[in-house]
Design a protein around this ligand. Structure first.
Ligand SMILES: *[C@@H]1O[C@H](CO)[C@@H](O)[C@H](O)[C@H]1NC(C)=O
Ligand SMILES: *[C@@H]1O[C@H](CO)[C@@H](O)[C@H](O)[C@H]1NC(C)=O
Ligand SMILES: *[C@@H]1O[C@H](CO)[C@@H](O)[C@H](O)[C@H]1NC(C)=O
Ligand SMILES: *[C@@H]1O[C@H](CO)[C@@H](O)[C@H](O)[C@H]1NC(C)=O
Ligand SMILES: *[C@@H]1O[C@H](CO)[C@@H](O)[C@H](O)[C@H]1NC(C)=O
Ligand SMILES: *[C@@H]1O[C@H](CO)[C@@H](O)[C@H](O)[C@H]1NC(C)=O
Ligand SMILES: *[C@@H]1O[C@H](CO)[C@@H](O)[C@H](O)[C@H]1NC(C)=O
Ligand SMILES: *[C@@H]1O[C@H](CO)[C@@H](O)[C@H](O)[C@H]1NC(C)=O
Ligand SMILES: *[C@@H]1O[C@H](CO)[C@@H](O)[C@H](O)[C@H]1NC(C)=O
Ligand SMILES: *[C@@H]1O[C@H](CO)[C@@H](O)[C@H](O)[C@H]1NC(C)=O
Ligand SMILES: *[C@@H]1O[C@H](CO)[C@@H](O)[C@H](O)[C@H]1NC(C)=O
Ligand SMILES: *[C@@H]1O[C@H](CO)[C@@H](O)[C@H](O)[C@H]1NC(C)=O
Length: 525
């Protein structure tokens, strides 16, 4: 196994006797690993025997010093003796069923550059001895059951480029010693039970490109010093208890593409400086306590694909040129804020828009008639606002939306939509599964054609001024699970075709007494 040997297999065989001392140590170390494996259901190690040369063992690549038995359902443990592998550079054992503690002795593999043990059932604490690898570059331990603190000795592995300890049960703080890794590019500590905040010493890892501290219990504020990490492209700080404001200095992270702050306790305004990050694709701040207006520099970030600012206290109007300044936007989520004014018709310029969710705001006016240009639209959620329709033409947006063949959800409930639902509603996408128009002032008859929207599973039309009979075509809505029509002025037979509506789990027809004698009832299953 002695390495590196950039040679053909024959050349290597020829060389073997001369290298027997080293090779036999590697062989012994790997055989001790085989002994520690209690179950090898795929026979991955069948060829690991004395009669087969080491370099022909399955998963062993002598030329590169690699042992790779990932994805083999191996059960058992990692023996300390594996640390005798003097020639190995890369050990990949991710996605197996290895248990117990990672032995400290494995760091005796002094040439090791890659140790990938992710997606196993390893437990116990990370031993301080693991900090003594002299050449390790990649340490992947994500998705195990590791407990206890992160040992500060890991900072001694000065060669590390990737450290991934995500998805374990690690506790305590991030040791401030994890500062000056000279080469570290990727630091993943997400989904643990880490607390104590983000140490500003992380700002000394100047080579960092990915920082993932998400899904922990970190409190305190975001250190402004992180703005010095000029090579950062991806920052995940979501789902913690971070407080304070978003530091304006983060606007200096000119290579950022992903910035995810959602589910924290952040306050203050979104700093306009973030608008200077010209390649930012994803800005995700939902469920925080941010307030004020979204700065125009953010609305101007033409690279944005996703802007998710739901459930904050943001206010002000949506800019009139929104769709022109954000031409690449695919997801716009602004629900649960205090935005006011109208939905800008320029939105239709962002032709890649798939999701528009602006519910629970103070938006109003007429819904733009040109949304049909958004050919990729799948969700249009405008509910719980004050959108209006008085004249027949105010409903033209429905005709336009019949252009959107991928529309699956439309939420218009709890607005100020009056007049009559246009017959064109029946020409909406065949994929529409949710149509919510309850709690408006919609009168007239229910368009007969609605029954042709065969994918509908939720149709809520209650608390309007609808009259006439429930269309017989409703019997064709075989996927309908949830139908509410209560508090209208409907009459006639209910439901029109009981056989057809056999999948219903909720049927609500009650409320103000209407025509049919059976109408005052609610069925829920
Ligand atoms: C040793 O490995 C070879 C494959 O390289 C296999 O054919 C043979 O059966 C193995 N011998 C034993 C004793 O398992
Ligand atoms: C190891 O083997 C797995 C499964 O064959 C493969 O997907 C992976 O790319 C290999 N290399 C490393 C470094 O894991
Ligand atoms: C490592 O190898 C040495 C000599 O080859 C041996 O004495 C020692 O027991 C081995 N270590 C383990 C943990 O097996
Ligand atoms: C690791 O190496 C040190 C010194 O070379 C030795 O004392 C120790 O026993 C080794 N550990 C294992 C598990 O082989
Ligand atoms: C974190 O701690 C809580 C409470 O101590 C526990 O319920 C939870 O399972 C822990 N999470 C992890 C990922 O260990
Ligand atoms: C970060 O590096 C600076 C020097 O570049 C040093 O003064 C400071 O102590 C370091 N901070 C930490 C917390 O490691
Ligand atoms: C940042 O990235 C560039 C290009 O990848 C590289 O040349 C430079 O050394 C990096 N800077 C630091 C501080 O790592
Ligand atoms: C960004 O960095 C420059 C120097 O590189 C500095 O002058 C400026 O103050 C920084 N901006 C912020 C908001 O910290
Ligand atoms: C928005 O972008 C345009 C063109 O790039 C620029 O002229 C304008 O000053 C920017 N506005 C803000 C507030 O950044
Ligand atoms: C953007 O939309 C507005 C309103 O629909 C329209 O007048 C304008 O021409 C569009 N701009 C571009 C660049 O398509
Ligand atoms: C419907 O889509 C076509 C492009 O396929 C577009 O030209 C037209 O303007 C759209 N109609 C509406 C009402 O937006
Ligand atoms: C509609 O959805 C399908 C499947 O997701 C996709 O392939 C297609 O490109 C979409 N159409 C438009 C106009 O976005």
């Amino acid at each position: 196994m002695t390495l590196p040997i950039p040679a053909s297999f024959l050349f290597f065989l020829f060389l073997l006797p001369m290298l027997s001392a080293d090779t036999s140590a590697d062989r012994e170390a790997l055989l001790s690993f085989k002994v520690a494996i209690s179950d090898d259901p795929l026979g991955a190690m069948n060829s690991w025997n004395e009669s087969t040369p080491l370099c022909r063992w399955r998963g062993v690549t002598c030329g590169s010093g690699t042992v790779n038995l990932s994805l083999n359902s191996l059960s058992g443990e990692i023996p300390s003796a594996l640390g005798n592998c003097s020639g190995l550079l890369h050990i990949s054992l991710w996605n197996n069923k290895l248990r117990w503690r990672i032995p400290g002795g494995i760091s005796n593999c002094t040439k090791l550059e890659t140790l990938s043990l992710s997606e196993n059932y390893l437990d116990g604490e990370i031993l301080p001895e693991l900090g003594s690898f002299p050449k390790l570059q990649f340490l992947g331990l994500y998705s195990n059951n590791l407990r206890g603190p992160i040992p500060s000795t890991l900072a001694d592995i000065s060669t590390l480029t990737t450290l991934d300890l995500s998805s374990n049960g690690l506790r305590g703080g991030i040791p401030p010693e994890l500062g000056p890794f000279p080469e570290l590019q990727s630091l993943g500590l997400s989904s643990n039970n880490l607390t104590g905040g983000i140490p500003s010493s992380l700002a000394n890892i100047s080579t960092l490109t990915l920082l993932d501290l998400s899904n922990n219990g970190h409190g305190g504020s975001i250190p402004p010093e992180l703005g010095h990490l000029s090579n950062l492209t991806v920052v995940f700080l979501f789902t913690n208890d971070l407080t304070g404001a978003i530091p304006p200095r983060l606007g200096n992270l000119s290579k950022l593409t992903d910035l995810h702050f959602y589910e924290n306790l952040l306050v203050g305004e979104i700093p306009p400086e973030l608008g200077g990050i010209k390649d930012l694709n994803f800005l995700d701040v939902y469920v925080n306590r941010l307030s004020g207006r979204i700065p125009s520099a953010i609305w101007n970030l033409s690279s944005l694909i996703l802007l998710h600012a739901g459930y904050n206290q943001l206010s002000g109007p949506l800019p009139r040129d929104l769709g022109e300044t954000l031409p690449n936007l695919a997801n716009l989520h602004l629900f649960g804020n205090q935005f006011e004014g109208g939905l800008p018709p320029s939105l239709s310029n962002a032709t890649g828009l798939e999701v528009v969710e602006v519910s629970q705001n103070r938006l109003g006016g007429v819904i733009p008639f040109n949304l049909g240009k958004l050919q990729s639209l799948t969700w249009l959620i405008l509910s719980d606002n004050s959108f209006q329709a008085r004249e027949e033409e105010d409903w033209n947006f429905i005709t336009s939306l019949t252009n959107c063949s991928n529309l699956t959800k439309m939420g218009l409930q709890n607005n100020s939509l009056g007049g009559v639902l246009p017959a064109a509603v029946a020409n909406l996408s065949r994929k529409l599964d949710t149509l919510l128009i309850e709690r408006n002032h919609i009168g007239g008859r229910i368009p007969e054609g609605l029954g042709s929207l065969g994918e509908l599973s939720m149709l809520r039309m209650g608390r309007n001024l609808l009259t006439g009979e429930i269309p017989a075509s409703f019997g064709e809505l075989t996927d309908l699970k949830h139908l509410t029509l209560e508090d209208n002025k409907l009459s006639g037979e209910i439901p029109p075709s009981p056989g057809g509506l056999s999948n219903l789990s909720k049927l609500s027809l009650g409320g103000e007494p209407a025509g049919g004698e059976d109408s005052h009832r609610t069925l829920e299953a």
